[in-house]
Design a protein around this ligand. Structure first.
Ligand SMILES: [Fe+2]
Length: 196
């Protein structure tokens, strides 16, 4: 028997880890706090959940050189991801903003229209911080019994929040952040790229 399994039209999430993360975490958390305390406006006015402090269109982390080590890492990951997927063109790193989740904050399912690639960098948060979920919304189309869930048979996929972890994916892949249940804050960066 000859056999070939074709994985057609997959959702491809690149999962990367920044080895030097620990060196920068504390300093960048303080930087995020001070930007917020200075009264920098809250972005994401059209987001479903309005409680998460975020700097979408109010503070672009790409322009802050204190974040350069993370920004450089994110760019290197994006280059690698494009190489993996045989995308051609030049990457334009559109913007990066930060999010601060307090207890019970969450973010509903959404995508990032207008960009090609999006990413989430886990900046800081204790173990058990709110995870990131991805979906294709096919979970209730047909019901199959699954012995063990994996990337081929799942319609929802969960990625644990681990400081230093970076996730990159096509901007039309729907994702959300489940409710943050810890008293301690959760800091993340959200980033977007265009490929021209
Ligand atoms: Fe997002």
């Amino acid at each position: 028997m000859q056999k070939k399994i074709n994985r057609l039209f997959p959702k491809v999430v690149g999962v990367y880890v920044f080895d030097n993360h620990k060196k920068y975490e504390e300093q960048l958390v303080s930087k995020c706090d001070s930007i917020k305390e200075k009264g920098t406006g809250v972005g994401g006015q059209n987001w479903i959940s309005q409680s998460v402090y975020n700097t979408e269109n109010t503070y672009d982390v790409n322009k802050d050189e204190d974040f350069d080590p993370i920004t450089d890492f994110i760019r290197a990951c994006a280059v690698d991801y494009c190489k993996e997927l045989n995308y051609s063109g030049t990457l334009n790193h559109t913007n990066t903003f930060f999010n601060i989740y307090n207890k019970y904050d969450y973010q509903d399912w959404h995508d990032h229209p207008g960009t090609h690639l999006s990413g989430v960098y886990c900046l800081s948060g204790e173990k058990g911080s709110a995870d990131i979920h991805f979906t294709d919304f096919n979970f209730d189309k047909i019901r199959l019994n699954i012995k063990e869930y994996n990337t081929d048979n799942s319609s929802i996929w969960r990625e644990e929040f681990v400081p230093g972890k970076f996730l990159i994916f096509r901007s039309d892949l729907h994702h959300c952040v489940n409710r943050h249940e810890l008293d301690s804050k959760r800091y993340s960066l959200a980033t977007n790229f265009l490929i021209k």
